[in-house]
Ligand binder design. Structure first.
Ligand SMILES: [Zn+2]
Length: 361
């Protein structure tokens, strides 16, 4: 074969590659949930008896035991998180059960919120970050990258409880549609005005609006404006963790998993989203792994770096809980999100590799 022939073959191969890729990939929409300070321990083993039985952390341990306890961790986790251990485990994948050797870590050294969600969205651990000090992020992020593609322009929306997102996503530069903290949704319609009123009048338990308000604003936006990509952030799990209330942490975890299930079931009822949407859920950091440290996170306790990734969608092998020895990093999520949409995330900064096991061969 001469040079010209081999070049022709190469181009033919590339064309086939592209066509096959476009043909086999079914994801057209993405939903991402950034869940603050949830421990992988509860995701994979359900409620922790040592924390549940300590009155310093759990005031209503008998009620918690009655609702969520079982000696078998597989039954226990399903009582706490029925959607994850039902639908999602049957149709998706769950990464981060360290008891099985499946590990997901944050790559940054801080193990707090701002660097965590930043790493998730820019796609690497920026060593120049200064912990939770919030300034407009200089590195571009994957949501901005997607929003800059003609097919997705103006079709990426962010609803966050945390006020950090305007800076994480550098709203001034990125021009992304971001609704966070106590910003009202300036859109017409009775539903938005009721939600705005609810936001104004409901208590701000932790100096931010309630996650429930964030959720229903996002759901209403989805209903009315059909974004292709939606990012939702919940904060209360972290706040109840810091408050040392295992009762509230567990009931919030359970209640918000129900919101995630509600969102999944809702999109499966809409033709634009049904069987064409991938949902990915992850946290910004973990927390301490023992009874005396579970309320904390940061460079110490060391287990704060341990996170999880859960996903469900039409393009992944439905293998459920990942039991293989594997080491993944938070920064890999960004390029993975782009790949679901058939895009190759490139930026002016390093980008960690795609999580390939989330895709059918
Ligand atoms: Zn925290």
């Amino acid at each position: 074969m001469n040079y010209k022939q081999s070049l022709l073959l190469l181009f033919a191969g590339l064309a086939i590659g592209i066509a096959t890729h476009a043909q086999t990939r079914k994801t057209e929409n993405l939903i991402i949930v950034g869940w603050d300070g949830v421990r992988w321990q509860e995701i994979f083993t359900g409620v922790d008896s040592s924390i549940m039985n300590d009155r310093a952390y759990t005031k209503r341990s008998s009620a918690m035991r009655a609702e969520f306890w079982d000696n078998d961790p597989a039954v226990r986790r399903k009582k706490l998180l029925p959607f994850f251990w039902g639908t999602l485990s049957q149709q998706g994948q769950l990464y981060g059960n360290r008891a099985l050797g499946n590990k997901v870590d944050v790559a940054n050294r801080f193990h707090v919120t701002l660097p965590g969600f930043t790493e998730t969205l820019i796609g690497f651990a920026d060593s120049t970050m200064n912990g939770n000090v919030s300034v407009p992020e200089k590195n571009t992020n994957v949501l901005e990258f997607i929003n800059n593609q003609p097919a997705y322009k103006g079709k990426v929306a962010v609803f966050a409880t945390s006020k950090l997102y305007d800076n994480i996503l550098n709203v001034k530069r990125s021009g992304l549609m971001i609704n966070c903290d106590s910003e009202e949704v300036a859109r017409p319609g009775a539903a938005f005005s009721l939600l705005n009123e609810e936001q104004r009048l409901s208590p701000q338990l932790f100096g931010e609006r309630l996650d429930l308000v964030t959720y229903f604003q996002a759901k209403e936006y989805l209903k009315e404006y059909s974004p292709r990509v939606m990012y939702i952030n919940f904060s209360e799990t972290d706040n109840y963790g810091h408050a040392g209330s295992y009762d509230w942490y567990i009931s919030t975890l359970h209640g918000q998993e129900r919101l995630i299930a509600d969102l999944w079931n809702y999109i499966q009822s809409i033709p634009q989203y049904k069987d064409k949407t991938t949902l990915l859920i992850s946290n910004d950091h973990g927390r301490g792994g023992t009874k005396d440290h579970w309320t904390q996170h940061g460079p110490q306790p060391a287990e704060s770096k341990e996170i999880f990734v859960l996903a469900i969608g039409p393009d992944m092998p439905a293998v459920g809980e990942m039991g293989n020895d594997q080491q993944l990093y938070q920064g890999q999520i960004a390029a993975t999100l782009a790949k679901f949409l058939g895009l190759d995330y490139v930026a002016e900064h390093p980008v960690m590799p795609v999580i390939n096991t989330l895709f059918k061969k």
